[in-house]
Design a protein around this ligand. Structure first.
Ligand code: V55
Ligand code: FE
Length: 519
């Protein structure tokens, strides 16, 4: 599948109702250069049928829909904005079109990726948002309707989009080799201009060198070399067990790639890297072909499947991969990982059961208590050749939460500071003293936090937590909140008071201006 240039504005200049007539849908698709037969129009009415219940709008939870792309120059700042020069990027699903009623059971992970950016410099904050112009977004824009069915199930798509990338670019974004790469784990990255948020490549393959049909939402950057370490699961097709692991140098040139086989095809949302190893995790959220054939979503949770942690050497041929079993925990995000020789420590957040209630469970029903995430410290000893088990202990059992993070400059290395989204609060962990602190902002619910170093070369953990707070007294109106990690008692050092509820996010990323292209 090759890249396509942006045909987003290429539709015929007709009135909305005329354009939506059966005869013109095919013409609209053709005008974007999309291949495939023109589908017969099968919508209920030529006007967009906006559902009364917002939860059926592409499977998102109520009131996450935003859709408007925004530029707001000089946002209102309260307090004292620290002397930062960079961009805080965020991305999350924001369904572009309502789905037909037969897909109303789709899940929130399936909305089109809407990217937002807070440009912070010299005490000023400018805000910009753009949808990623994915192949999917462009096809739907031209047709003025939803064309893709259930989450990661190509069997439910409109025939007109066969062969297009299904990627929504809705999960995480990264700046590397001066590109803003936006991810959905079922497809290659989408490359956006980090300043304008224009989509430059809707199917970015590292110069044709990406050895996988998929790419994780959670690549890592080796802080010592600037290398990009990444992987894709279901790398050779729908429900395949192949996992492709690769590295690219700081200029984006692919330097290594191997394909290994997972014990079974399942969600492998995040991964970890040490100075010597790549660490993979197979969860019990298994790819389920019969469920897809029946028109359902891609995964189903099966608690009877074993969790596996896979370890392979960085730079090796992949034949050394070893799969370890142990206590079955459902983990989603990596806080940190490092090695001491061939002894590995891996910190993740995870629960005792499924953490995603919207995926079907093939055994027992969803259990919200078992879903609660805690910090799990896995240890794996590769020196014991006969040993195929990992050990795990729960750190800070009193703190529950999701979306763990660290000071990203310390991934692959022994680290001290960890962060967790804990209910409406942010938790800060000091692994050296084994203490935790909670950041709360009265009347606000805080979404995922990102760590921003005070200066690019500040010591680990010396800086700010940045993230969106939703005002519970003002119907979810948003503030961008900055808290000094070294003085959380002082409360937020600055708040950017947004005049509306900003688009939602799954994850955010901070890029220092020195990582961005010169303007
Ligand atoms: C996650 C999110 C996804 C997805 C798979 O947070 C896993 C985990 C927003 O989409 O497709
Ligand atoms: Fe994630």
């Amino acid at each position: 599948m090759k890249s396509r240039d942006d045909g987003a504005t290429a539709g015929p200049q007709l009135g909305r109702r005329q354009f939506l007539g059966a005869a013109t849908i095919g013409a609209g698709v053709a005008a974007t250069g999309l291949s495939g037969p023109a589908a017969a129009y099968e919508g209920p009415s030529p006007q967009v049928d906006f559902p009364a219940d917002p939860r059926t709008f592409g499977g998102g939870p109520p009131s996450t829909n935003n859709r408007a792309e925004i530029d707001l120059f000089d946002c209102e700042v309260e307090g004292h904005l620290p002397d930062l020069d960079g961009c805080f990027y965020r991305v999350g699903p924001d369904p572009q079109y309502p789905k037909p009623a037969k897909f109303s059971g789709d899940i929130p992970f399936d909305g089109e990726g809407h990217v937002s950016m807070f440009r912070i410099k010299d005490g000023h904050v400018d805000y910009r948002t753009r949808y990623a112009r994915t192949q999917r977004w462009k096809a739907q824009h031209a047709a003025r309707r939803s064309l893709f069915g259930m989450y990661r199930n190509p069997m439910t798509d409109d025939p007109s989009v066969k062969g297009l990338s299904r990627g929504t670019a809705n999960t995480q974004l990264f700046v590397h080799h001066q590109k803003l790469l936006v991810f959905k784990e079922d497809s290659p990255p989408v490359y956006m201009d980090p300043w304008t948020l224009e989509t430059r490549d809707d199917y970015y393959t590292f110069g044709g060198k990406l050895g996988s049909q998929t790419h994780t939402a959670h690549p890592k950057i080796d802080p010592l070399t600037g290398e990009y370490v990444s992987f894709g699961y279901e790398a050779t097709g729908l429900a395949s067990k192949d996992v492709h692991v690769f590295t690219a140098d700081k200029n984006g040139n692919v330097t290594w790639g191997v394909t290994v086989q997972a014990p079974y095809a399942a969600m492998m949302h995040d991964f970890a890297v040490t100075q010597k190893h790549v660490i993979l995790m197979v969860t019990q959220m298994a790819a389920n072909l019969p469920q897809m054939q029946a028109g359902g979503v891609h995964f189903a949770y099966d608690s009877t499947l074993p969790v596996y942690i896979g370890v392979l050497r960085r730079g090796g041929d992949g034949k050394d991969v070893r799969w370890f079993k142990g206590a079955n925990l459902f983990c989603t995000h990596v806080m940190g990982a490092w090695c001491d020789g061939d002894r590995i420590t891996l910190d993740m957040d995870g629960g005792e059961g499924n953490q995603f209630p919207f995926f079907p469970s093939v055994r027992e029903p969803f259990d919200p208590v078992k879903a609660q995430g805690r910090i799990r410290r896995f240890t794996i000893d590769l020196t014991r050749k006969s040993n195929d088990t990992y050990q795990v202990e729960t750190l800070y059992p009193e703190v529950t939460g999701v979306l763990s993070r660290q000071d990203d400059r310390f991934h692959t290395l022994p680290y001290r500071w960890g962060f967790l989204s804990a209910g409406r609060s942010w938790a800060i962990f000091d692994h050296a003293n084994k203490t935790s602190q909670l950041v709360t902002v009265p009347d606000y619910a805080l979404s995922e936090m990102t760590f921003v170093p005070r200066k690019h070369d500040a010591p680990e953990g010396d800086g700010y937590l940045i993230g969106i707070g939703s005002s519970m007294k003002e119907a979810g109106r948003s503030d961008l909140i900055l808290v000094d990690v070294k003085d959380i008692a002082a409360g937020p050092v600055a708040r950017v008071k947004m005049p509306f509820k900003v688009v939602g996010q799954v994850h955010g990323f901070w890029a220092d201006a020195r990582q961005l292209p010169a303007v």
